[in-house]
Design a binder for this molecule. Sequence first.
Ligand code: GAP
Length: 461
Amino acid sequence: MSGDVCKLSMGDIVSLCKRRGFIFQSADVYGGLQGIYDYGPLGVELKNNLKAAWWRSIVHERDDVEGIDSSLITHRLVLQHSGHEDTFSDPMVDCRDCQCRMRADQLMDGKCESCGSKNLTEPRQFNLMFRANFGALQDESSFVYLRPETAQGIFTNFKNVVDSTSRKLPFGIAQMGKSFRNEVTPRNFIFRMREFEQMELEFFVEPGSDEKWHGKWVEERVNWWKKQGLDSDKLKLFHQPKEDLAHYAKATVDILYEFPHGFEELEGIANRTDFDLGSHSKNQEELNLFAKVLPNGDSNSKLVMQDLENNSQFVPYVIEPSAGLDRGILAILTEGFRREILENGSERVVLRLKPHLTPFKAAVVPLAKNNPRIVEKAREIANHLKMLGLGRIKYEDVGNIGKAYRRHDEIGTPCCITVDFDTFEAVEESVTVRDRDSMRQRRIPIKELEFFLKEFYNPGS
Ligand code: GAP
């Protein structure tokens, strides 16, 4: 390689994602739905791998975190008492000349972003939550919300988790999954969507230790993103000014990444104090009637911990590292995709992903598709590697070897294993293993392949 490398633009990334089966516009056969995307055959592998890495590092590798998976459909009272019904809105304006709808807080010089007109409506608040009818009745009293964050399902299950696991502070509850926001201006591909996934941890601590834990989690989370392959030069911390904080937060530090459209938020780490548990507890008291009709007859649903020394109860504080999964995917693709000019002047597009994230872990390629001995050996190797539990292994018999290498470079496959005529030359059968990044090839005995690959894919959570 001559060393000439260039990053891809957002447009290049969007079209590569479609062409190679990572991400598609949802319902594109009907013209698409703005801000909604589907993950294709390679995208779903990448997404599942990133989720698995997060879960491993937040739940499996720690002793102080439990996981849950709560419902997407959310009781209206939960989001009323969390403050979302009153405050989860963006200011919206319409252009009277071209009817474009925009966020008032993102306007440049008070002009319409589409036609430049200043003939705009007054800003009005637009609540971002999706409502849905619940049950057969379709009146004002029977609606529910699709959750706008996964966090509330954690807060409302706080007592269930404490009671069923006997947890003491400090400890966390994690979950990942879909969230829904009716964004006024979804844009920048999967950066701002109307349906997206979050990976959230609510880490409950003693009041007074919250600032120390906040700092610790900021550090942990930056390090985790680096392990997913993001370059430290492209990561920045942003301390939100007091006037911009969400209604629940005492302090928030955002981890910003340099996306193709600039430095933007990848994850927020908030000190949510006792706001959420406090407001759900207080309102449980107010809703005593509601508590009394719980099926288990439990009317004591206060979301508190016991202070055994002073024989009293208190509401824990919570630190919340909240990451966007789709933004993580976009950051990893932005970081990984590059166009390289090789020494012979030719060009290749390569996706440099960490091996634990790649959609395919290896491609097994028979050099001669019409040679039964080579084909049979290649199939045998692919079938064996599939059973190791490393992830997807591709048996690749389309096109010539050069094209197979280029295709796998472009989708990030870390190595191609080729069965060729030399495989059967020596007593010990061997294959060629070509490395995606260096493009170097080396011969490895077939019996050492399993060990080689297990070392290579040692998960980088
Ligand atoms: N529970 C706290 C919370 O939801 P947030 O800053 O609104 O805080 C957390 O969202 C993360 O979720 C963001 O840092 C971002 O990565 C992701 N996110 C938020 N809105 C999004 C959207 N419309 N599309 C894609 N990701 C989004």
